[in-house]
Design a protein around this ligand. Structure first.
Ligand SMILES: Cc1cc2nc3c(=O)[nH]c(=O)nc-3n(C[C@H](O)[C@H](O)[C@H](O)COP(=O)(O)OP(=O)(O)OC[C@H]3O[C@@H](n4cnc5c(N)ncnc54)[C@H](O)[C@@H]3O)c2cc1C
Length: 527
C-alpha cells in the first residue's frame, strides 16, 4: 500500500527531533508533527545538564549511568558548540546524609563507568582546599568536597532545532503548530494520524505504517486519541528552576548540593552569565501545558542556596525568571519521586495498533541513543534496508566545520563586535558564518539589538528564513536565545519587531499582535 510517509513522529522535543534526524538520514520518508514550536515542552524546562547522573548510582542504575556517560562523550564530539564540559563541586558537610567515604566511592565508580572519556577524573578535597576553590561556601561543619566533570547544554533549544534542521536536510518534513487529534488504525494496525494545522485551523489525515508517540509528558494524552486507549504509562513529576544574577563570591564552578530540609540533591549552575538553580521533584498528574511554579518551590530553592552561600542573600526580588517542567517518567505510584527510574522504555502497542510506538521516560542526555534504538525498531518493522545509524559520528549542522576556523573567519568581520561574535558562535556554531554573510552584504545588520545577549539584527532575518519559526516568541525564545536574557528580551523587542516589519514583511497589526503574545508568553516565567 502506498502511504504518505514511512514514519510519522508526534512531538518536536529532543526525542522527536532526534528520531526524525536518525530516521531521515537512514533514508526513510519522515514527517514530524509538533503542536507548538520546536522545543516547546519539557526539554526546555530541564537543568540543561548532559550528565551521567551521579544520583542514579544510589539506585544501582549502573546501566543508565554508563549509557549517559558515553552519550555525554558523543555529544561533546558531535555538538561542541552547544555542549560544553562543566566542572562541578560537591561540598561535604559533617551533618550531611552522604559521608565523605560514600561520596568518594561514588565518584570512583563514576570515573570507572566513564572510562576512556575526554574529561578529567574526580578529585577529593579537604575543607581548606574546598574553601580555596569556593571561598564563599558556608564553612560551618564543612568536611571537604569532591570535584568532577560533566557537561552542560546552555541552549537545549538549539540542540532540538539543529536535530530538526539535520532531519529536514535529509528530507524530513517538520510541521510545527500541528496538533495530532486522532490516531488512525484499523484491524489493530496503525494507519496514520489526523492532525490540525493550528495556523489555518484545518484538519488533515496522514498515512504511515509506523507512528512514534514522542510527546514527552503528553504521551498518555496522545494515547487517549486511539479508538481503544491502553492503560496509562506516565507518572510525571514536576521540577522548578529559578534564574538569578551572579552574587558576591558566586560559584565559578557548578555546585551539586544536598538540601538540608529534605536531603534531596540540587544544582547551582553558572548558566548564560547568570545562575540556574534547581530543581524540585513533586508528583504531577495534571496537564503538562498548565504546570506552574509554586511559591513553596521558590522559597525552598532560595533558602537552600542562602544556607550554602550566606553572602548570596537571595530573595524573591533577585529572581530574573523561573520555569517549571514535567518529567516524563514511567508510572510508579508507590515509589518516592526521586526513586523512579530515569531510564526510557519503548512501548510497542502491538495489541491495539501494530506499528504504533510510545517513548516513555528518558533524559535529554540520552536522546541520541534513544533515537537510535527507536529507529532500529522502525527499520526492523518496515524491513527497511537503508543506511546505518550515523548520528554518533556525524556532527550536528552547527559543528559542520572546525570551530577554530569559524573563529578566525568571524574575526575578519569588522562589522560584528567581539561580544556579538562570541554570542553567534555559542548559539549557531559554524552556521554563524551564514549570518556573517548577511552582515557583509548589509553592514547595518551587524548592529547589536540586545544589550544582554549581544545578538545582532541579521539573526532575526536568518532564523526566520532558515530555521522554521512561526511567531516572535519562536524567534526570540527558541532560535536566537535573546529571550533567555535577564530581561527576557524586553530591551530587544522594539528592534526585533522593526526588523520583522521592514525585512520580513510583517504588517503593523501583526507586529502588535506578536508583541502582545510574546509578553504573555514570558509573563508565565515571572514571579
Ligand atoms: C525539571 C527537569 C529537569 C531535567 N533536567 C535534566 C537534565 O539536566 N539532564 C537530562 O538529561 N534530562 C533532564 N530532564 C529530563 C529531560 O528534560 C526530558 O527527559 C526530555 O527533555 C524529554 O524530551 P521529550 O522530547 O521526550 O519531551 P518534550 O520536550 O516534552 O517534547 C514533547 C513534545 O510533544 C509535543 N506534543 C504533545 N502532544 C502533542 C500532540 N497531540 N501533537 C503534536 N505534538 C504534541 C509537545 O508540545 C512537546 O513539544 C529534566 C526534566 C525536568 C522536568
Amino acid at each position: 500500500m502506498i502511504t504518505d510517509f514511512d514514519l510519522i513522529i508526534i512531538g518536536g522535543g529532543i526525542n522527536g527531533a532526534g528520531i526524525a534526524r536518525d530516521a531521515a538520514e537512514r533514508g526513510m520518508r519522515v514527517c514530524l508533527l509538533e503542536q507548538g514550536d520546536l522545543c516547546n515542552g519539557t526539554t526546555r524546562w530541564s537543568s540543561r545538564l548532559i550528565h551521567g547522573g551521579l544520583r542514579y548510582l544510589e539506585h544501582a542504575e549502573l546501566g543508565l549511568v554508563y549509557e549517559s556517560l558515553h552519550e555525554r562523550e558523543t555529544l561533546l564530539r558531535i555538538a561542541p558548540h552547544l555542549v560544553q564540559p562543566l566542572k562541578l563541586l560537591i561540598p561535604i558537610y559533617k551533618s550531611g546524609r552522604r559521608s565523605k567515604f560514600l561520596i568518594a566511592v561514588g565518584m570512583g565508580l563514576y570515573d570507572l563507568l566513564s572510562i576512556g572519556k575526554s574529561l578529567p577524573n574526580h578529585k577529593m578535597l579537604d575543607a581548606r582546599e574546598a574553601l580555596e576553590e569556593l571561598p564563599a561556601l558556608n564553612h560551618h561543619g564543612l568536611a571537604g568536597a569532591a570535584t568532577y566533570f560533566d557537561a552542560q547544554v546552555t541552549f537545549a533549544e538549539r540542540l532540538v532545532v539543529e536535530n530538526a534542521l539535520a532531519a529536514r536536510e535529509a528530507g524530513a518534513q517538520i510541521r510545527t503548530y500541528s496538533r495530532v487529534d486522532q490516531i488512525l488504525s484499523s484491524n489493530r494496525l496503525i494507519g496514520g494520524v489526523r492532525y490540525t494545522d493550528l495556523r489555518s485551523d484545518r484538519q488533515y489525515d496522514l498515512s504511515a505504517p509506523v507512528v512514534v508517540n514522542a510527546a514527552g509528558p503528553w504521551v498518555d494524552r496522545v494515547l487517549e486519541k486511539m479508538s481503544q486507549p491502553p492503560r496509562r504509562f506516565m507518572g510525571g513529576t514536576k521540577g522548578t528552576h529559578i534564574v538569578v544574577p551572579r552574587f558576591p563570591g558566586q560559584p565559578k564552578v557548578a555546585c551539586y548540593l544536598e538540601a538540608e530540609s529534605d536531603g534531596r540533591p540540587f544544582f547551582i549552575l553558572p548558566w548564560n552569565n547568570m545562575l540556574l538553580i534547581g530543581t524540585t521533584d513533586i508528583r504531577f498528574d495534571g496537564n503538562p501545558g498548565e504546570v506552574c511554579t509554586e511559591e513553596a518551590e521558590i522559597s525552598y530553592l532560595l533558602s537552600e542556596t542562602n544556607r550554602v552561600f550566606p553572602d548570596a542573600k537571595l530573595d524573591k526580588k533577585s529572581i530574573h525568571f523561573h520555569y517549571t517542567g514535567v518529567r516524563p517518567l514511567p508510572r510508579k505510584e508507590k515509589k518516592a519521586e526521586g526513586d523512579i527510574t530515569r531510564r526510557h522504555i519503548i512501548k510497542h502497542h502491538r495489541r491495539n495498533a501494530k506499528g504504533f510506538y510510545s517513548v516513555i521516560g528518558g533524559k535529554l542526555t540520552t536522546y541520541r541513543n534513544l533515537a537510535e534504538e527507536v529507529t532500529d525498531r522502525v527499520v526492523r518493522r518496515l524491513k527497511h534496508h537503508g543506511a546505518k545509524c550515523q548520528t554518533a559520528r556525524q556532527p550536528l549542522p552547527g559543528a559542520a566545520v572546525k570551530i577554530s576556523w569559524v573563529v578566525d573567519q568571524l574575526d575578519n568581520c569588522d562589522y560584528i563586535s567581539p561580544e556579538s561574535r562570541v554570542h553567534l558562535l555559542n548559539v549557531y556554531g559554524s552556521r554563524a558564518l551564514l549570518i556573517r554573510d548577511l552582515v557583509k552584504k548589509n553592514p547595518r545588520l551587524g548592529d547589536e539589538i540586545c544589550p544582554h545577549s549581544h545578538a545582532i539584527a541579521a539573526e532575526i532575518i536568518f532564523v526566520y528564513e532558515h530555521e522554521m519559526p512561526t511567531t516572535l516568541a519562536d524567534v526570540l525564545l527558541r532560535r536566537t536565545m535573546i529571550g533567555l536574557s535577564p530581561d527576557q528580551g524586553r530591551a530587544a523587542l522594539p528592534k526585533a519587531l522593526d526588523i520583522a516589519r521592514h525585512h520580513i514583511g510583517w504588517s503593523a497589526a501583526r507586529a502588535d499582535e506578536e508583541e502582545r503574545r510574546y509578553l504573555r508568553e514570558i509573563g508565565r516565567l515571572m514571579c
